[in-house]
Design a protein around this ligand. Structure first.
Ligand SMILES: Nc1ncnc2c1ncn2[C@@H]1O[C@H](COP(=O)(O)OP(=O)(O)OP(=O)(O)O)[C@@H](O)[C@H]1O
Length: 312
């Protein structure tokens, strides 16, 4: 018998989170484990409950999408506490990056059981420091991608509105943000080399995918010990709309306006040569305003039942 913390989120997966959370708890309890339910009324309150109880746990299990995996990362990374992920969100980029099943509670719990018997994978995570990182999780870790470009502006507006709900929120936010777009001014310091430029997209990728399967950084892998800076030069609004569909298969790699730079450390700061950068988002969650410093924390997270193919 193991002591497992579990965090569920009723809002995950367009409202299916409560039902899936109940199913996951029942399946884990049937395995004979002692469960401590650390779910609270918000992401921050659940995080704080998990931090208070983490020393009592053999592992933490999160049920939901990337927001919940992002929560689990904060508690488990660099602490040798294994993380179990029951992927039940709209995107599940982190679960996909470690080859875990989606929307299949029995299969996800079976992987957690495999993990408790020793089948685990250790992955890199991004570690973010900065004065404006949102409380309570500082420094902030991420599993998939951190972005402070046009997609972060869309995410930021989507977060500020209550209607419509679900994926439609992002359509509304895109329709609002693209017409207002003007290239951002950014000062970058990448492994000690510094420059300023204007850009459309500035992202730091640990995994290949973000935004529910968009292949923003095809060359990334969550166990290669590096991050990739993804930069897109200034573009017209029409070209941005043309770029987005290319992320579905990663074909933007052949666009000369998009650059990929392998890095251990990336510092992102606003620069007056262009429009103000939006606040950064990572794994779909608000991280906070720039300046931010991102470093790679190699193999800092152990995922139960993760596979070495890592979703490539
Ligand atoms: N207890 C809670 N009550 C309300 N909202 C919560 C709670 N816990 C987390 N949240 C928020 O709910 C949002 C959605 O969660 P989650 O990411 O798990 O699902 P999703 O959006 O369906 O999946 P994905 O992020 O993979 O697309 C997150 O932004 C998270 O901060």
């Amino acid at each position: 018998m193991r002591t497992l913390g579990i965090i569920t989120n009723p809002t995950s997966g367009s409202g299916r989170g409560a039902k899936w959370g109940t199913e996951a708890k029942a399946a884990l309890a049937a395995g004979g484990h002692r469960l401590i339910d650390l779910s609270r009324g918000s992401w921050a309150a659940s995080y704080e409950a998990a931090m208070r109880h983490r020393r009592e746990l053999d592992a933490l299990v999160v049920v939901g999408g990337d927001g919940m995996a992002h929560l689990g990362l904060q508690v488990c990374a660099e602490r040798k506490l294994p993380l179990g992920i029951v992927a039940a969100g709209s995107g599940d980029d982190i679960a996909s990056a470690v080859g875990l099943p989606r929307h299949d509670i029995a299969a996800a719990v079976a992987r957690i059981e495999d993990g408790l018997r020793g089948e685990t994978v250790s992955i890199d995570v991004g570690k973010v420091v900065g004065d404006a990182i949102e409380e309570p999780a500082r420094p902030r870790f991420f599993g998939a991608v951190l972005s402070a470009g046009i997609d972060a502006a869309v995410a930021s507006y989507a977060r500020s509105i209550t209607h419509p709900r679900g994926p439609l929120k992002y359509t509304v936010a895109t329709m609002r943000e693209i017409p207002r777009f003007s290239p951002y001014g950014v000062r970058l310091r990448v492994d000690g080399k510094e420059w300023t430029q204007r850009c459309t997209l500035v992202a730091v990728a640990n995994a290949r995918v973000f935004g529910g399967g968009l292949i923003v950084s095809p060359g990334s892998s969550v166990n290669d010990g590096t991050l990739e800076l993804v930069l897109a030069e200034p573009m017209s609004r029409l070209d941005i709309l043309r770029l987005f569909p290319k992320l579905r298969d990663g074909s933007h790699v052949s666009d000369p306006r998009v650059r990929f730079v392998e890095a251990q450390t990336v510092e992102i700061a606003p620069d007056p040569s262009g429009a103000a950068l939006p606040p950064a988002f990572a794994d779909g969650e608000l991280v906070g305003a720039t300046p931010l410093k991102v470093t790679v924390a190699p193999r800092a997270l152990t995922v139960l039942g993760g596979r070495a193919d890592l979703g490539q």
